[in-house]
Design a protein around this ligand. Structure first.
Ligand SMILES: Nc1ncnc2c1ncn2[C@@H]1O[C@H](COP(=O)(O)OP(=O)(O)OP(=O)(O)O)[C@@H](O)[C@H]1O
Ligand SMILES: [Mg+2]
Length: 256
């Protein structure tokens, strides 16, 4: 069995003349949490969409759980995906939505009920299970998207800024659920702008900048190489933002 849950090999992706990814190579092993970092527009969502098989790379190759996800979209049954922009069925209740997913994914009914009960309780969504999704708050809609991605215990989780809108208590519980899944051998790739989160929960981080991988390694390795710098300082420097940010801070402090 391939020990790699997701692989990108020399991937480039263009939107017209915009080069969103340029020769990106990346591997996600089984039982590993990898954080995908990078400034706005650096290509994180594009890479996740390629792993979902929504698009094909213009150059290079991606594989997910051993297959090309564009050629073989049925692999998505073993993947859990939280998109950046939620697209939920507004006129269903969470319970109806999860029941539908369980049927589509042919989940064992007993296992489904148990898992849904555990996830809805953990995320504090039980009391909202019969409200319309369209009536839920931003954070509660995010919980629906996360539970939908986790319910079938996928081998691979692709999470695009999954913490958006979650309150600190829920975010903490979500982290524990991710650790638990990682320890059971599931693989997790998530994009985030929260550097503390990446530092706290990732086995490895990848920093993208203008479609290139500029940093890749275990968090400790990256920090060790950067001597006494914080991950934030490393991020700002490798993405060329340090000067810009410090100028603005100086101006703010100077009352300019
Ligand atoms: N559908 C699209 N059509 C045209 N250009 C696109 C499209 N989607 C993304 N892009 C461009 O591709 C580049 C990478 O975008 P992408 O959404 O992958 O970045 P990101 O790292 O996820 O950013 P963010 O942190 O803001 O979510 C950007 O220049 C963006 O404007
Ligand atoms: Mg994005």
């Amino acid at each position: 069995m391939d020990e790699r849950a997701a692989v990108a090999e020399h991937v480039s992706k263009y939107y017209g003349s915009i080069r969103a990814l340029d020769d990106v190579s990346l591997e996600l092993k089984r039982g590993e949490i990898v954080g995908l970092l990078g400034p706005n527009g650096s290509g994180k969502t594009t890479l996740i969409k390629l792993f979902m098989g929504f698009m094909k790379p213009d150059v290079g190759h991606v594989s997910v759980l051993g297959v090309d996800p564009y050629e073989d979209p049925s692999i998505r049954a073993r993947v859990g995906y939280v998109p950046e922009e939620l697209a939920l069925y507004e006129s269903l209740t969470p319970k109806e939505f999860f029941d539908l997913l369980a049927r589509i994914r042919r989940m064992d009914p007993v296992a489904y009920i148990e898992r849904l009960d555990m996830l809805a309780s953990s995320f504090g969504l039980k009391e909202r299970m019969n409200d319309l999704i369209g009536s839920l708050s931003r954070g509660n809609r995010q919980k629906v998207a996360i539970i939908a991605a986790l319910i079938h215990e996928p081998d691979l989780l692709l999470l695009d800024e999954p913490m958006t809108g979650l309150d600190p208590a829920v975010a903490r519980i979500f982290k524990e659920i991710l650790y638990d899944m990682r320890d059971k051998g599931h693989s997790i790739l998530f994009s985030t702008h929260i550097l503390e989160l990446a530092e706290a929960i990732c086995d490895r981080i990848v920093i993208l900048h203008r479609g290139h991988v500029v940093v890749e390694g275990a968090v400790e390795e990256v920090l060790e190489m950067a001597k006494d710098k914080s991950l934030e300082e490393v991020f700002l420097e490798v993405t060329g933002k340090a000067h810009e940010v410090y100028e603005v801070i100086r101006a703010l402090k100077g009352g300019a």
